[in-house]
Design a protein around this ligand. Structure first.
Ligand SMILES: [Zn+2]
Length: 206
């Protein structure tokens, strides 16, 4: 049977395509000092590519391998890797993906059909978010939006190099996102929780 490439793309855009291999976390002491910070690690499967967004903290290789095993994906099958920024808790296991090309994409760049990059500076000047169109808009935000608390209180990340930029980036993400994968927390819906349903599994139950 002849397939229509356009409807193939359309159905792919509605397919589940983002898997949170490991949600990020952050632990603070009673004075608010950071004791431990580990980034979310996400896998996007789209357009013939397997794309990792952030690779967590050094020492988390086992957790990432186990999550990939659950999806029957070998680390060597990952062909593209993007870090939301260059802080070590987001890049610690880049070397696990030995066959992946490490991308440093620019604002607006399309990585794969339905997967684009949006500059979201402020936490660091090199901070980007990865935007995935999958029936709903999923934004993998890194530390431009590190926790659900930043969303609920509408405050930019406490750690920032430019507060005004960090505020603008937070707004930019929330304007377009249905679902956010934050840098150091579990994914959360932004506003349409009552009238959207997930396109499929997103890697874990929550
Ligand atoms: Zn950071």
């Amino acid at each position: 049977m002849k397939s229509d490439p356009e409807s193939e793309l359309e159905s792919e855009l509605k397919m589940p395509s983002v898997f949170v291999l490991k949600p990020g976390s952050i632990k603070r002491d009673e004075c608010g000092r950071i004791l431990d910070a580990r980034s979310s690690v996400s896998l996007i499967i789209r357009g013939g590519h397997k794309i990792i967004v952030d690779s967590g903290l050094v020492g988390e290789e086992g957790d990432i391998r186990r999550a990939l095993e659950g999806l029957k994906v070998e680390p060597e099958e990952v062909d593209l890797l993007v870090n939301t920024h260059s802080h070590p808790d987001h890049c610690g296991n880049n070397c696990l993906f030995s066959m992946a090309k490490v991308l440093v994409p620019k604002d607006g760049e399309t990585i794969s059909p339905g997967v684009r990059v949006m500059a979201t500076p402020g936490h660091s000047m090199d901070s980007i978010s990865v935007v995935v169109e999958a029936g709903l808009t999923i934004v993998i935000a890194g530390d431009a939006l590190p926790t659900v608390g930043n969303f609920l209180k509408m405050v930019p990340p406490a750690l920032h190099t430019d507060r005004a930029m960090a505020e603008a980036s937070l707004k930019k993400i929330l304007e377009i996102a249905d679902l956010v994968v934050p840098g150091h927390d579990f994914p959360f819906y932004v506003h349409k929780a009552a009238d959207v349903s997930l396109p499929g599994p997103i890697g874990y139950d929550y």
